[in-house]
Design a protein around this ligand. Structure first.
Ligand code: SF4
Length: 403
């Protein structure tokens, strides 16, 4: 956030360090509805604030529409309402909505009538990707979206620093020069995330990165250094998975108390309070969620120290529910093909983001070998997990809830 009158992430951290973490929680509990009503006050700005994306020179809203769902091609009220609120940035991907996302966005682009009024980011699949396949992916994005250019093309779900070798950086330059995309970068979901950010800052040629970031990562020293390096290199940073992985029933137990924000709003505010982050992408699949997100983005109110401390306590308490996607750590401990990070991510979509249909669809796409964990010795993997996740228990939970 640019308003220096308000506390930034750094000042929060500094103050938190000298205050009593166990201080009592003050203030009345505000329900989600009450918070939204107060945040809808007419004193709020008409549009969501904007920030410059890295050194692209382009201004984007601080809240972005994640397009993992199918939209109504006739008239999608979420897309149109978001646009009216200034949320004119759509974040999609070839694989979103079972491959249907682009085709359901294309009519909306036509309805707006002026391509330049929208920012569209899309992504090509990363599994077994090559320079050639990414190049074809970009053409496919344009064809399906029925547009002549993307604002930003991402290599999707990058989990290996090899995708930042010179041939990929040169490819990015070529794609920009072709004018099929204005900017180029990648998204990463956790695996080798720090290494990827550090390498991107070093090699250049990356305009923006979308990465997993939330209130739960404030204390991650290595990630913080990597974020600093990216900022220094002028790379735009977009946060995803801002709600982290706290299942709803756990959140009820922890009971976030605030006079001004819902828990979801507070988590967003925690990300926006980090001045290094340009924007946060949210999965906005209903109008209530859209209103809640927009209100949080518009209001100049910031987290109080007490609210921030509650989030910090929640981050500590929820650690064993929060798989960070670093599969290179746990999945290297056995010869079987058992997947850990992906089923746990799908479980997170189901338990924490209410995206049950998507979670079940993705879980069904895992091969029987990837889903198989009974009889696999997961003890070494569990010991290695930095989050202390009871892996077998969680895989069993994923099987019960998603199969
Ligand atoms: S289970 Fe642990 S080690 Fe494996 S991906 Fe999740 S957080 Fe990383």
């Amino acid at each position: 956030m640019t308003d220096t009158k308000h506390k930034t992430r750094r000042s929060f951290l500094k103050a938190a360090a000298i205050s009593t973490v166990g201080a009592g929680i003050g203030g009345a509990t505000a329900s989600a509805a009450e918070s939204q009503i107060s945040a809808k006050a007419s004193s709020l700005p008409a549009k969501v604030p904007r920030k410059k994306l890295g050194t692209t020179g382009q201004s984007i809203p601080i809240l972005l529409v994640g397009c993992a769902q199918k939209f109504d091609p006739k008239y999608d009220k979420i897309l149109h309402r978001a646009f009216k609120e200034g949320v004119d940035y759509l974040d999609t991907a070839i694989v979103y909505a079972d491959g249907q996302s682009h085709r359901t966005i294309a009519p909306f682009i036509k309805q707006i009538g002026d391509r330049s009024k929208l920012w569209i980011t899309s992504k090509g699949p990363s599994k077994n990707a090559t320079v050639d396949s990414y190049t074809k992916d970009l053409d496919r994005c344009l064809e399906e979206l029925e547009t002549t250019y993307l604002d930003l093309f991402f290599m999707h779900f990058v989990d290996d620093p090899k995708f930042l070798k010179p041939e990929y950086i040169t490819m990015g330059e070529r794609l920009r020069a072709s004018k099929k995309t204005r900017f180029f970068g990648f998204s990463c979901h956790g695996d080798h995330q720090v290494a990827l950010l550090n390498k991107a800052a070093k090699v250049g040629g990356i305009d923006a990165i979308m990465f997993r970031y939330s209130f739960a990562k404030y204390g991650d020293l290595e990630l913080n250094k990597a974020i600093d390096a990216c900022r220094k290199a002028g790379i735009g940073l977009i946060a995803m998975k801002t709600q982290d992985s706290v299942p709803g029933d756990q959140e009820d137990v922890l009971r976030f108390k605030s006079q001004q924000f819902t828990l979801a709003q507070a988590k967003l505010k925690a990300v926006w309070a980090d001045e290094r982050i340009d924007a946060a992408v949210s999965h906005l699949d209903n109008t209530q969620k859209l209103a809640e997100n927009v209100a949080a983005a518009k209001t100049p109110a910031q987290l109080t120290m007490n609210e921030f401390q509650q989030l910090q306590r929640m981050a500590t308490a929820r650690a064993e529910h929060s798989c960070q996607g670093c599969s290179h750590i746990c999945e290297s401990h056995f010869p079987e093909k058992t997947a850990i990070a992906r089923p746990l991510r799908y479980l997170m979509y189901h338990q924490c983001y209410g995206e049950s249909e998507r979670a079940r669809s993705l879980y069904a796409q895992l091969s029987p070998e990837e889903r198989h964990f009974e009889g696999v010795d997961l003890r070494a993997a569990t010991r290695a997990c930095p989050q202390g996740i009871p892996i077998e228990q969680r895989l069993a939970e994923a099987g019960r809830q998603l199969a």
